[in-house]
Design a protein around this ligand. Structure first.
Ligand code: ADE
Length: 311
């Protein structure tokens, strides 16, 4: 695990006079710099904790990744990829969880991340059954905006789903879990490894094991459908014939403009998926933002205005 991650090594206010025993000696953060509070969630090889940096009182989410587990499953590259992806994304977008520092001890890797106090969008969808059309519009717009930034930095997420869409204090979206993230080279060529979650998996991933930024837009279509209908558009691999043949329908009363948008996202040809086409084409990011479903969205204050009430 290379130490040089280009991240600041010390907590902001603890240089010199720190209570934090180890970091004042080594110059790096340690678990002793934080108070660990409750557990926020679990991944396959990690646990996320609500933490407080003692020196400043600032709260964070710390992802603790078990080294032995990584090694056993030969996932060292996955952890490294997650970190590199987060470093590349930097602090450049409010809709993406920011990595503040990383450190490690004998057993674990630690990622100090933005805390999203209102948890997973998945929990809200489950609790409410479905979301109001205004809520869906707002969250869909924030996801679109964050995807635009992410893709402009050459990062594809590849496992976009409501479990990875967190809500911050102001109920704004923060995309997390770049463990399956992929850094594209400058050509942006598709990459060949199967990752992702069955319900949100695109036809090209099923058929050719290929994903590109278009796969994130397929997932967006699935997420918009789910937020409105309160159920998955496809149930997963059992539905793979249906995924390939685009066999799905909309429940009664499903917003017409949202239907049109979902139809333009759940398109077989990755190049003709709205948002994924080359700039200047009828499928580019501009065309996606201009879709009638987003007509009432003010893209300029998308991250400063209030969120619609969750209902
Ligand atoms: N669960 C997983 N990651 C989280 C985060 N960054 N904030 C809050 N809850 C989380």
């Amino acid at each position: 695990y290379p130490e040089d991650d280009g991240m600041p090594l010390r907590p902001p206010a603890s240089r010199g006079q720190s209570k934090s025993r180890n970091s004042s000696v080594t110059g790096r953060m340690t678990v002793d710099d934080f108070e660990f509070m409750e557990e926020l969630g679990q991944g396959s090889y990690s646990t996320v904790w609500h933490c407080r940096l003692l020196a400043t009182g600032q709260e964070y989410a710390i992802k603790r990744i078990d080294k032995a587990h990584l090694k056993r499953h030969q996932k060292e590259q996955t952890a490294l990829a997650e970190k590199n992806t987060l470093v590349r994304l930097g602090s450049g977008h409010p809709g993406i969880v920011r990595l503040h520092w990383t450190f490690q001890d004998e057993w674990s890797l630690f990622f100090v991340l933005d805390l999203a106090r209102n948890g997973e969008l998945q929990t809200r969808i489950s609790r409410m059954g479905s979301l109001s059309i205004e809520c869906v519009r707002y969250y869909a717009a924030q996801i679109v905006d964050a995807l635009g930034y992410m893709h402009s930095k050459g990062v594809i997420h590849r496992d976009l789903k409501p479990e990875n869409l967190l809500l911050d204090d102001a109920f704004r979206i923060k995309i997390t879990d770049f463990g399956t993230g992929k850094l594209l080279d400058s050509g942006g060529e598709p990459t060949k490894t199967f990752v992702g979650t069955a319900q949100y998996v695109s036809p090209e991933l099923l058929e050719h094991n290929e994903s590109s930024k278009s796969s994130d837009f397929w997932a967006l279509g699935c997420i918009i459908y789910q937020m409105i209908a309160g159920r998955f558009v496809f149930r997963g691999l059992a539905d793979w014939q249906k995924i390939k043949q685009l066999e799905y329908d909309f429940p009664e009363g499903f917003d017409e403009q949202a239907q049109d948008l979902v139809r333009k996202l759940l398109v077989r040809d990755p190049d003709q998926r709205l948002g994924a086409g080359p700039s200047g084409s009828p499928y580019d990011m501009k065309a996606l933002r201009s879709h009638p479903f987003f007509a009432s969205i003010n893209w300029r204050n998308l991250w400063s205005g209030p969120a619609p009430p969750l209902e």
